[in-house]
Unconditional design. Structure first.
Length: 571
């Protein structure tokens, strides 16, 4: 394919006599005149040695270069950071996790802006790097394709498949005296057998499904496990296809319409996906100038059948989903049931409906149920609202038997204090554990609580207590765990006024969460309430706390596309 560079961003660094100094840098890297004359394609990788989620990303990105070259472009690879939640979990490091989403999006934006790249292929593996990469694509609005690095294969322990969540839960079993230390050590050595992101329908795989459902990823590309050779073909195909998108000038915001976001939310609910999607979808929508907050997401969740038997609530992992036909197999029955809009465009150059038409339903696969016979009629993920959470909250109910809970508050000012109480078995049945000052601003950074929730589950308390926080939960969390409570405690929300012994009522069928305390009592408590100062008064976490908004809108740190005066792709 031939391209006219006169309308592409890379003309600013490669065309005309005045750009001779710029071209001299390219010659220094061994590039030819012909390569400099082609479109410049960013190949962004979140690859690193931090965790197995990211270790195959750089090799995949390098193979993508071959596809870009075959399509008539010149690839320019660079890297961004990740913070891997499984390693950051359960200590102060988790405060960096959600913040990293913004840093990833910002760093990709800055590299593309600074070097005037014409298109983008992004590779990500661990939780926040997926939405961060897609947010950058939507912000820049150059033709883009998102590629997930793939999931890990399940480990095997004593004849059964296991994931890292089994290790987190075994910590709770060990504390309860039900798991000998030697067995815990055996399990930790086999739970993660190689490269790839966590295997269940946790945040990484949830957002990988979103990538396909929203149209930014090639069909059935994201569920192939990281060690599979087919990932090389996917990487190469993404490089070739982004050049076709560039030729057609088909951009991310042409693809990610309001209907596409609604489709993505449906897929999250139908697969029992991570509650973190209720943060990431609003944040991605903001990059397009689309209003799509927690309540919009929750409204869609409310009417979506739960059809995918995936961990942590079910039996299967991403490898099984891949073998069952990928997320498109699930979308096939959702579309036939009237739960998806077939109209949004995708990176194939075809609509979602046209892509789904190429899929044949496989009645022999076990992962996806037909929408006519779902696991439950609604409720993989549920939104809540009430006197304790006027700006909403969210709970993952996939696999749960109990959907109502009324109990007595046990209040903690941070996760460490709650985890210590759980470890000491100092939590009684019927408690509603409240962990506050862990929100986006108050944490700062809105930590996940997997260490605490998994320990509770390991002790057999998973549905005998409830846990409420203005922080978040891992996609791997199970049990009666409610996150994203807003307004957060740092902003003086009702969660800041809860005291030990208060009665809290939750109904995940009706979608309510209420603090059963007289208004006059709450008004007296509010008069005595004082804002707290956190321990992060400089650096990246301080800066984040100054800028971050509410979880309801995605914990945004900038105004989004609605305030734009121009789009990078049009410079």
């Amino acid at each position: 394919m031939s391209f006219d560079k006169s309308k592409l961003p890379s003309r600013h660094v490669s065309v005309g006599p005045e750009r001779a100094p710029h071209r001299s840098y390219y010659y220094a890297m061994g590039m030819t005149e012909e390569e400099i004359a082609r479109p410049f394609v960013a190949v962004a990788s979140a690859g690193n040695d931090s965790a197995p989620c990211n270790t195959t990303l750089d090799p995949q990105a390098n193979i993508c270069r071959e596809g870009v070259i075959a399509g008539g472009g010149t690839p320019r690879r660079f890297n961004t950071i990740t913070v891997t939640d499984g390693i950051a979990m359960g200590h102060q490091g988790m405060k960096s996790s959600l913040v990293s989403r913004e840093v990833i999006a910002d760093s990709v934006e800055l590299s593309v802006r600074g070097h005037c790249y014409d298109a983008l292929v992004g590779f990500a593996g661990c939780d926040k790097s997926l939405p961060g990469m897609m947010m950058a694509m939507l912000r820049l609005n150059v033709p883009s394709i998102f590629v997930y690095g793939g999931s890990i294969l399940p480990g095997t322990h004593r004849g059964k498949d296991v994931t890292v969540v089994d290790v987190f839960e075994a910590v709770g079993q060990h504390a309860a005296g039900n798991c000998p230390l030697q067995e815990l050590i055996e399990l930790e050595k086999v739970a993660c057998p190689g490269h790839g992101a966590c295997g269940g329908q946790f945040t990484a795989n949830t957002m990988a499904c979103v990538g396909e459902a929203i149209g930014l990823s090639l069909p059935n590309s994201n569920m192939a496990p990281a060690p599979y050779r087919s990932r090389e073909e996917i990487a190469r195909a993404a490089g070739e296809q982004v050049m076709i998108l560039l030729k057609q000038n088909l951009r991310p915001r042409d693809i990610c319409t309001r209907a596409a976001f609604e489709n993505a939310a449906r897929v999250v609910a139908a697969t029992g996906g991570s509650t973190n999607a209720a943060l990431h979808l609003p944040a991605m929508a903001s990059e397009c100038g689309i209003d799509f907050d927690l309540f919009d997401v929750a409204e869609i969740f409310k009417s979506t059948p739960y059809i995918a038997d995936l961990k942590p609530g079910g039996k299967y992992v991403a490898k099984d989903m891949h073998e069952a036909g990928g997320v498109y197999m699930g979308m096939k029955t959702l579309l036939e049931g009237g739960f998806l809009d077939p109209g949004p465009m995708t990176v194939t150059g075809k609509t979602l409906g046209e892509n789904i038409e190429e899929i044949t339903w496989n009645p022999d696969q076990k992962v996806f149920y037909d929408v006519k016979n779902p696991i439950t009629p609604t409720g993989g993920v549920v939104g809540l609202k009430g006197s304790l959470a006027p700006e909403g909250a969210i709970v993952k109910v996939a696999g749960m038997e109990r959907l109502q809970f009324t109990g007595t508050a046990r209040v903690f000012e941070c996760e460490e204090d709650a985890f210590e109480a759980v470890e000491k078995r100092d939590i009684v049945e019927g408690s509603v554990i409240v962990i506050r000052y862990e929100g986006p601003k108050g944490g700062p950074g809105m930590r996940e609580m997997l260490a605490t929730t998994a320990a509770l589950y390991g002790q057999g308390m998973g549905e005998k207590v409830a846990l409420i926080t203005d922080g978040r939960f891992s996609g791997a969390t199970r049990g009666f765990c409610i996150g994203h409570v807003g307004p957060e405690a740092a902003d003086g929300g009702p969660i800041a006024l809860v005291e030990d012994g208060d009665t809290i009522s939750i109904d995940a069928e009706l979608g309510t969460i209420d603090l059963e305390v007289d208004q006059s009592v709450l008004e007296e408590r509010r008069k005595a309430w004082k804002p707290r100062t956190n321990d992060y008064q400089s650096g990246a976490l301080w800066r984040y706390a100054q800028n971050v908004g509410s979880a309801r809108n995605g914990a945004l740190t900038h105004p989004g596309a609605k305030s734009e005066t121009h789009v990078f792709a049009d410079i």
